[in-house]
Design a protein around this ligand. Structure first.
Ligand code: DLZ
Length: 219
């Protein structure tokens, strides 16, 4: 666990066994995205979040994160209100997102040929029924690396604002997993790929559980 001046301090993520969490990640800079997502998943599971209650969705780039998160959460709300008709299609017709949503049973993440993360399903049926109801927290993960133009600044600014807007509009904890870095080496450090690095995805997993629990307490 991360300690010292920087970082969230000791994890306050306790029992996540009754939580439903979504991770939405961009596919740009996949070599950094993969360990970050894996780090988040590992901490969710360490807090007791069940594999079938972790939903993973991917989008092309960070710019697409706000709309993806917005639709994903709205879809889970609609699904909750019509849960009697839910049949394993997590989002029903409530979203235009491609059917990349998977529930993270027997998680092992890997890279598919198209650069997106795959989450392999375990179990005989591959159809374990997860907790129903809206997501208790969502983790949005993207990596923006500064290029030669101001493109980076634009995407970083509006994506951050968009994510905050969705968080406050819906009142759902939205964990900010957007790395805005100057070069790949900074990303490798923050994805825990260097000796002196630390996987920030782990902090995001812990933050999701802590905030999901606190949001319930504060409601
Ligand atoms: C276009 C672009 C660029 C230049 N860089 C990044 C990046 O570093 N990280 C990232 O997540 N996405 C990048 N994108 C893609 C945009 O986020 C977006 O997917 C496209 O502009 C299409 O809307």
């Amino acid at each position: 666990m991360f300690s010292g001046l920087k970082g969230p301090g000791e994890s306050q993520a306790k029992d996540g066994s009754n939580l439903r969490i979504a991770i939405v990640h961009a596919r740009w800079n996949t070599t950094l995205i993969e360990p970050l997502v894996a780090g988040a998943i590992s901490r969710l599971k360490a807090s007791g979040v069940l594999s079938e209650n972790i939903t993973i969705q991917s989008v092309p780039g960070s710019w697409e994160l706000p709309i993806a998160v917005q639709r994903l959460y709205a879809g889970s709300q609609i699904q909750a209100s019509t849960s009697s008709s839910a049949s394993g299609d997590l989002l029903g017709s409530a979203t235009d997102l491609p059917s990349l949503v998977v529930q993270a049973e027997g998680l092992s993440t890997g890279s598919k040929g198209d650069g997106s993360l795959s989450v392999s399903k375990g179990g005989a049926s591959g159809k374990a029924k997860g907790k129903e109801g809206p997501f208790d927290a969502i983790i949005a993960i993207g990596v923006l690396i500064k290029g030669e133009t101001v493109h980076f600044e634009h995407i970083a600014e509006v994506t951050s604002r968009g994510l905050m807007r969705v968080q406050l509009d819906f009142g759902v904890p939205l964990i900010f997993g957007l790395l805005t870095i100057l070069n790949e080496e900074q990303g490798r450090k923050r994805a825990g790929l260097t000796e002196d690095g630390h996987n920030h995805g782990e902090d995001w997993g812990d933050a999701a559980v802590e905030m999901a629990i606190k949001r319930k307490q504060w409601s």
